[in-house]
Design a protein around this ligand. Sequence first.
Ligand code: XMP
Length: 478
Amino acid sequence: MSESFPLGLTFDDVLLVPRRSGVSTRRQVETRARLCRGIELAIPVVSASMDSVTESRMAIAMAREGGIGIIHRFLPIGEHVAEVRRVKRAESVVLDSPHTAGPESTVRQAAAFMEEHGPASVLVIDRDRRLLGIVTARDLLFEEDLDRPITAIMTPRERLITAPAGTPVEEAKQILHRHRIEKLPLVDAQGRLAGLVTSRDILSRLKHPQATKDARGRLRVGAAIGVRGDFLERAQALVDAEVDVLVIDIAHGHSDLSFRTIDAVRARCGDVPLIAGNVATPEGTRDLIARGVDGIKVGVGPGSTCTTRVVTGAGVPQLTAILSCAEAAAPSGIPVIADGGIRGSGDLVKALAAGAETAMLGNLLAGTEESPGTSITRNGRQYKVYRGMASLWTSAERRDLRQEDELLSEIVPEGIEALVPYRGPVSAVLGQLVGGLRSGMSYCGATTLADLHQHAQFVRVTDAGVREGMPHDVDAPP
Ligand code: XMP
């Protein structure tokens, strides 16, 4: 082995050299990026597939802002699928299959259903799907006789405003406005339920023009899968629920297990967009691309809760990993996702300048209102729990290994549990982050992310340079 090792750099080792800029307002800067083959985002951010970061609430918030969320895999398959469905139903111009109930259902059943699934209304239909009426949350308010049939409290068909199937959204909007109603069921010529348009969905569409949506106007969402146990069944169930992208989520993606998983998912689920990782080398990147994946996730050990490098001695500092993987991926046109270690907008700009098209964030989003993490108040300050996934990765692996009748005598966790400050809603965090990104791009003279990558010049800095870049020689205000 040679003693002249290559140098590995990370975000703090470099700065971006300011370049001549023609940008006069940050609005001129375009942050559109590709997550993977076939999926574009208005802002280049992805929420991490961790159980204290991304479930449906986070994924909905991320997609509304123009990013995307990847729902973690440490849920039974049924719940994982339900999380994906929640995102796909959260808003769409026309709900093709709104929640329905038969005329024999009771008020109690309708209330329980709304409580569990969260819809604000249930459409009552007969066996042939003919629309009989609608029950809204308001109809249930103060209803004391829970055993009454819902037909007794619904607004019946003859008093309902409906529109024909296929009514254009603009026209539906006019009808909602004209009749001062919030829900407009669509029915076909035989009176069968064909869909539902709601004022809430139309308003949300106006409020979030950049939202990440599929061809049918539904929010996009990704889901993680592993490489052992029920991964194939899970992948199939997620694809059946119309997940937009699957992410093979393992610590060491440059492995035979990972290749086998890619082949098996491709054979079973066809050409669903598939992201694989994590890798930190050009060889890893090329091998995964040769296997036919649509996106590459880069990062071995940079995560804020991650102790992989301490425990195993393995990893590549993240800036070098991104630079080398993005260069290796470039000829194929497959985008790279920078996963882990991003502490603020400065790191995000550096990661994208190094060639990543998007970045996956755990820590920065774990403290938001929409993360599933537990809230804690300590000394009058609010925090949320954020934990590394290694303990779950290993316990899931351990279960599967037992099933396979192998014994793994020692499993050492490679992650920690921590508290992160409460940061308010996702929209506020992303607003700051994208504002910083746009400014950073204009410092580099770039108006698009492709420009940024092409024109960025890095300069290496010393410890003294890092200290100079922090607030210094000032005291905190009294
Ligand atoms: P940040 O820095 O945003 O990183 O918190 C999020 C990413 O960290 C990875 N991750 C882990 N890596 N042990 C690891 O080696 C862990 O326990 C662990 N948990 C999360 C993951 O890639 C995530 O997206």
